[in-house]
Design a protein around this ligand. Structure first.
Ligand SMILES: [Zn+2]
Length: 168
């Protein structure tokens, strides 16, 4: 780290502490040449690589605002949004790479969002997967139906009830 005053490259660390809940380290340094002191902050950054090639730090707030847009008019509260963003961040961090393509962040959002609100999920997926036709929606909705049927405790039970009611 070069001294900001004289550009000398030999600076010694005189104090070091964790800030921002341990995600960053602040170091107090003294220049060996001019003796002046300055502070550096080192932050471990998860970078998101956009399709254009531009990178930016991963931001939980950005996840929240993107999902909030998809949740407009739905009964999804702020708490749920924050929880979802937290899950997305965990998933992204667990990926083990420091540079994540933005579409992988999108992928990490889709799973938890599907559980949270199916309409918001469809909206988000339509943008993220660039749906171009009604068929795209139909396919996605069909998948949602299949998933919902799979989750029901006993789907056959429901079918039986529907069939037996007229005769009974
Ligand atoms: Zn200096």
């Amino acid at each position: 780290m070069r001294c900001p005053f004289c550009r000398h490259s030999d600076c010694k660390v005189i104090d070091s502490r964790e800030v921002e809940e341990g995600t960053a380290t602040r170091r107090r340094r003294a220049c060996a040449a001019c003796g002046k002191r300055f502070t550096t902050v080192e932050e471990a950054v998860l970078a998101v690589v956009k399709r254009s090639g531009v990178t930016e730090p991963f931001s939980r707030d950005k996840v929240v605002s993107g999902v909030r847009r998809a949740c407009q008019g739905r009964s999804v509260d702020e708490d749920a949004l924050q929880q979802l963003a937290h899950r997305v961040e965990e998933a992204v961090r667990a990926g083990g790479t420091a540079e994540i393509p933005s579409n992988e962040v999108g992928l990490a959002i889709l799973g938890p969002l599907k559980e949270l609100d199916e309409v918001a999920y469809l909206r988000f997926a339509s943008v993220y997967r660039s749906f171009t036709s009604i068929e795209d929606f139909e396919r996605e909705i069909a998948d949602l139906r299949v998933a919902a049927a799979g989750e029901a405790a006993d789907p056959r039970d429901r079918a039986d009830r529907r069939e037996t009611s007229p005769s009974g």
